[in-house]
Structure formats: structure tokens, C-alpha cells
Design a protein around this ligand. Structure first.
Ligand code: HEM
Length: 577
């Protein structure tokens, strides 16, 4: 009897899935499944009362034992069935609308629990990005993918992106940002609601162009060190990976701009702070692509958690100590009635972002040390990885396109002159218009932030489609920039496509969003563009950029930033003029 019931369980459990063409998407199928199991459970419970009489004592004893065993098995089976039913009702309660509406968005066939995980299994991070590209071609510019139980909606239609980015309703970040939360806390990149609103308001003035002017000196000095380091490669003429060198330079720039301190990463890449930044970014990459430790529950029990804790102790410890020291200096200066931003001879000192945050108030109160740390760490993260990616790919693009490089160099030479030691000013950077086009074209093909996401808090209708509550909606500038419908001949590196004469008004501004757009756009855009121009112009004034000796295949890893899978190989030789 029990065997029969158990076999029926298996059949009933499988049958509703087998008969459904769109397994995950069929909400009704899950409901049917639950009903069948409940029905099976009732039969199981009824059969507990079935027993037979016998005169033979030994036989009776044996039968009794058998009955007890059967009863026990049935009780266990019933409890399991009950738990399964509860799990199904929980799934329906939590994923009900996701299952119902996700089915209406196109996408590859998904399976219970693993979703589309099997498609991605054994894929390297670079293959993962290529696979997303193929899915977009196959299923269109808005499709859904299940990564395990996480629903992702991929969007590359500028019309959908316009609705998502321009509205203040969709400002909550998707689940991927949780991986970086331990470092950045509730800083501007991740926070939402009123906290984000008030902090965005007080931080916006710190990126005013008048304030940015004072950072140009930092760009110039760190650029000088960078160019010195390249001298070795110019001498040997060998192909080298420029990405790690740019990373260190960008770290130096942002550290001095954000905290007013020098980590000297370019001169000492083995310092604890620099190694901790590297460690934490590696861990973020690991979590994005590992389907087990994506889940906080499993991450907590992995060795990576310890690595993260160790790196965070160094990163937070450093920022905390700088904040404490600067706050003390500020208080002492105020007590002596002296302007803290004057040095001993009364000259105005440069203010770091941190100094401005120390003086800011929210609802009439100063920011706490913790709030300041979160914002400073956010600048440290957003301000070095993104610019590293952009500068590296810009150098590579110039190396591979000598005509563009010559034109960019001519512009720089006309503006700055022939003295290689002449520091570049903000006015000079603002006059580099062709360089603006080169930056735009670089970010079209190599957007530093290849994808960014929003969490849908409720079912949301956008251009006739319903984006289910709880889904992570991911917009992909990487594929927008390579879409031939939006950018004809997309493989060609052609800065002119962004010139006012050819592009203005013809394009939808939401088809080109490397800095995002709308209320949650990149607050550091002007800082980034100035840094890029400063550093790249410095390199061009000293070196001619050449492509790698051996042709190399370009493959990318999309994390929170775009990374090259095999580095960014270039060569340099001294520029003669
Ligand atoms: C080429 C360089 C850069 C690129 C391509 C870039 C791109 C972006 C993008 C796409 C976003 C939106 C992300 C999202 O919606 O999730 C963003 C946000 C942000 N960026 Fe940048 N960024 C760059 C450099 C910088 C720099 C240098 C800083 C700071 C010094 C910075 C600070 C921020 C901050 C704080 C946010 C969050 C803004 C908010 O949510 O209100 N970025 N950036």
C-alpha cells in the first residue's frame, strides 16, 4: 500500500512539470503540483488505519513489526510531503508574480530551482558575457533569465532604459550591489530612499567645477609618476599590460582627492591598503560568478568570508583613522579661530572630498564618522576602478588607431605647447574637444560600467511589459554600444560619430549611457573626464602608443566594472617633436 502511495508521489510530483511547456513560467503548474501532493498526503494518512488480524502469535508479532515500520515510513513520508507543500506555497507566495509575469517576457527555458543556471554552468566570466550577448540576439532587447531563484530582466532597448533611468521611482539597486555593501555600506552608490536623496543633495556641490579645479594638480603630479614608470617599457620596446599600472595611478589620484592622503600605490604596490583593495575587488568578482557564494547563507560559511573580513579591517581602519585625524585638525583649527584650509603661511590649502563632508550637515546635524566613511569609501571604489578601465582602453584604442592618435596629439600640442614639463590647467583640459570625442567613443565600446541594475519593488508596467516585483532589471551599456541598429559599423573606432554635426538630435540620449542618466547618474562624471584627459594627454606628450606585437583577442569580464580577460597590451616609444 505504502509502496503504491510512494510511487504515486513520484509520478504526481513529476507529471505536472513534464506536461508544462514553460516549466518555471507556468504559475498554474506549481499550484497543480501542490494540490496533487496534498491529495497524496490524505491517501497516505487514511492507509495508516489499515491492518489485518491473525491467530498465529509469531506471525502477529512479525506483522506488528511490519505495520510499525510501515507506519513510521508513512509518517516520515507525510511529514516530508507536508514540508514540500509548505515549500511550494512559500515559493508561490514569494515568486508568484515573478513566475506569472516573467513567463510573458521572452527567455530561454528554465527549470525549477536551477532556473537557467545550467546554461551558465562551467562558463568562465568572459564566456558569461558572450552568452548574454547571444541571448540578446536570440530573444530580443528585453528578456528574462533565472539565475537559480533570482530573476534577472536584461534590457537593451533605449525606450525601456529611458523610462527606467529618468524616473525617480526606480532608484533601488539590484542584488549584485549587495556584494560590495560590506565595503561601501550605505554610501551614495548603494543607498536608497531618503538617505540617498539627502546625501546626493549635500554631495553634489562637492563636484562643482570650481572645486574640481583644485584636483587638476593631483592629476598632473600622479600623471608625471605614471609617465616616468612607462620609461622602462619605452626603452625595451616590449609589449606590456598597462591595466595594472593604470590601476595604481588611479588609486593614487582618488586617494589624494578623496582623503587628502597619499598611499603612493605607484611607488609601493605592496602596501597593505593597496593589497586590500585588490583583495576586495577579487572577492566581488568571485561572488558575482559563483552561483553558490552569491547567496549570503553559503558565503558566510566559506573561507572567502574570512578573507573579506581581513581586507575590510584594513580598508575601514585606514579611512577611519584619516577621518579621525582630519576631524581633530578641523576642531583644533576652529578652536584657535584659524581657517583650517590655510597653511602656516596663510596660503589656501587644497580641500579633499573628505574635508567637505566633514563640514556638511544633514537636517541640521553634521554627518557621523560612519556616514563619512561610507561616502569616502564609495569615492575610493567608484573613483578608481572605473577610471582605470576607461584610461586603459583609451590608451589601447589610440594605439590601434594611429590616425586618431595623431589628431589627439596635435590637439594637445596646440593647447599645451611643446614644453613637456608644462602642467595642464583646467582651462586647457576644457579646450580639448577632440579628446572629448575620443573618450565618448572609448566608453561606447568599453563602458567602464558595462551593466547596472535596479530592483523592482513592485510589478511595474514599462512600454507594455510587466517587470515583476523582486526582479533585478539590468541595463547593459556594453551591448547598447555594440548594437549595429544604434551605432552603424559598431566595431569601427570612430570618435567622429559623436561630433555635434553628425550626431546631435539624431540619437536617443538613452542609447548611450556609460555614465547612466537621470537622477542616479554618475556624480563623478566631470572629475572622471578631467582625469582621463589629463593622464592620456600626458602620455601622448611623452610617448607614441603602439599596438601589441602579437595580435590579441579582446575578451571581457563584466563585473561591477569592465575588465579585460587578458590585460590591455600596448607598446610605447618616446615621441619625437
Ligand atoms: C570613466 C569613469 C566613470 C564611469 C564610466 C562611471 C559610471 C557610473 C555609472 C554608470 C553610475 C551609475 C551606476 C548605477 O546606476 O548603478 C555611476 C554612479 C556613481 N559614480 Fe561614477 N563613473 C565614473 C567615475 C566616477 C568617479 C571618478 C567618481 C567619484 C570620484 C564616481 C562616483 C560615482 C558615484 C558616487 C555614483 C553613485 C551616484 C548615485 O547613485 O547617486 N564615478 N558612475
Amino acid at each position: 500500500m505504502f509502496q503504491f502511495a510512494a510511487r504515486k508521489h513520484v509520478l504526481w510530483t513529476v507529471a505536472p512539470f513534464g506536461s508544462s511547456p514553460y516549466v518555471w513560467d507556468a504559475f498554474d503548474c506549481v499550484r497543480r503540483w501542490a494540490n496533487w501532493i496534498l491529495f497524496g498526503l490524505i491517501i497516505d494518512i487514511q492507509c495508516v488505519g489499515v491492518h489485518r488480524q491473525s491467530d498465529d502469535n509469531a506471525q502477529q508479532q512479525q506483522q506488528k513489526q511490519q505495520q510499525q515500520a510501515t507506519m513510521l515510513t508513512m509518517i516520515v513520508a507525510s511529514v516530508l510531503a507536508l514540508l514540500l507543500s509548505i515549500a511550494i506555497w512559500w515559493t508561490v507566495a514569494n515568486f508568484g508574480s515573478a513566475l506569472r509575469y516573467a513567463g510573458k517576457l521572452g527567455g530561454p527555458r528554465a527549470y525549477p530551482l536551477v532556473g537557467n543556471g545550467l546554461l551558465f554552468i562551467n562558463k568562465t566570466p568572459a564566456e558569461f558575457l558572450q552568452l548574454l550577448g547571444r541571448l540578446i540576439v536570440q530573444y530580443g532587447k528585453c528578456l528574462r533569465v533565472w539565475l537559480g531563484t533570482q530573476l534577472i530582466v536584461l534590457v537593451t532597448d533605449p525606450k525601456d532604459i529611458e523610462v527606467l533611468l529618468s524616473s525617480p521611482k526606480y532608484i533601488d539597486k539590484s542584488s549584485e550591489y549587495d556584494f560590495i555593501r560590506p565595503w561601501l555600506g550605505e554610501g551614495l552608490l548603494i543607498s536608497s530612499g531618503r538617505k540617498w536623496q539627502t546625501h546626493r543633495k549635500i554631495i553634489t556641490p562637492t563636484f562643482h567645477f570650481k572645486i574640481l579645479e583644485q584636483f587638476v594638480e593631483i592629476f598632473d603630479q600622479q600623471g608625471h609618476t605614471f609617465v616616468d614608470i612607462l620609461r622602462l617599457f619605452a626603452k625595451s620596446g616590449e609589449t606590456f599590460d598597462v591595466f595594472p599600472l593604470v590601476t595604481l595611478c588611479a588609486l593614487d589620484v582618488i586617494c589624494e582627492s578623496a582623503m587628502g592622503t597619499k598611499v603612493n600605490a605607484q611607488m609601493n604596490s605592496e602596501s597593505d591598503y593597496v593589497k586590500a583593495v585588490k583583495e576586495i575587488t577579487n572577492l566581488i568578482q568571485l561572488r558575482i560568478y559563483d552561483f553558490v557564494i552569491r547567496y549570503e547563507f553559503f558565503f558566510r560559511f566559506s573561507a572567502n568570508r574570512r578573507r573579506q573580513r581581513k581586507a575590510l579591517a584594513i580598508l575601514h581602519g585606514y579611512t577611519d583613522s584619516v577621518i579621525r585625524a582630519r576631524r581633530q585638525e578641523l576642531n583644533e583649527g576652529l578652536a584657535k579661530g584659524k581657517d583650517d584650509h590655510e597653511d602656516s603661511v596663510g596660503m589656501k590649502k587644497r580641500m579633499a572630498f573628505l574635508d567637505m563632508l566633514l563640514q556638511a550637515t544633514v537636517d541640521g546635524r553634521p554627518l557621523t564618522d560612519r556616514e563619512i566613511r561610507e561616502e569616502v569609501d564609495t569615492f575610493m571604489f567608484e573613483g578608481h576602478d572605473t577610471t582605470t578601465s576607461a584610461i586603459s582602453f583609451m590608451l589601447l584604442s589610440l594605439a590601434k588607431n594611429p590616425e586618431v592618435q595623431q589628431r589627439a596629439f596635435n590637439e594637445v600640442r596646440n593647447i599645451v605647447g611643446d614644453d613637456r614639463k608644462q602642467p595642464v590647467t583646467m582651462t586647457m583640459l576644457n579646450d580639448m574637444h577632440y579628446m572629448d570625442l575620443v573618450i565618448k567613443e572609448t566608453l561606447r565600446l568599453y563602458p567602464s560600467v558595462p551593466l547596472f541594475g535596479r530592483k523592482m519593488l513592485q510589478n511595474t508596467e514599462i512600454n507594455g511589459k510587466i517587470f515583476p516585483a523582486g526582479s533585478n532589471v539590468v541595463m547593459l551599456p556594453f551591448f547598447l554600444g555594440r548594437d549595429a541598429d544604434l551605432f552603424p559599423n559598431p566595431e569601427k573606432f570612430d570618435p567622429e560619430r559623436f561630433s555635434v554635426e553628425t550626431s546631435a538630435e539624431k540619437t536617443n540620449p538613452y542609447q548611450y549611457v556609460p555614465f547612466s542618466a537621470g537622477p542616479r547618474n554618475c556624480i563623478g562624471q566631470k572629475f572622471a573626464v578631467a582625469e582621463l584627459k589629463s593622464l592620456v594627454s600626458k602620455v601622448l606628450r611623452n610617448y607614441e602608443l603602439l599596438p601589441p606585437e602579437e595580435p590579441h583577442e579582446e575578451t571581457f569580464i563584466a563585473e561591477l566594472i569592465l575588465r579585460p580577460e587578458h590585460g590591455v597590451p600596448i607598446r610605447v616609444k618616446p615621441r619625437v617633436y
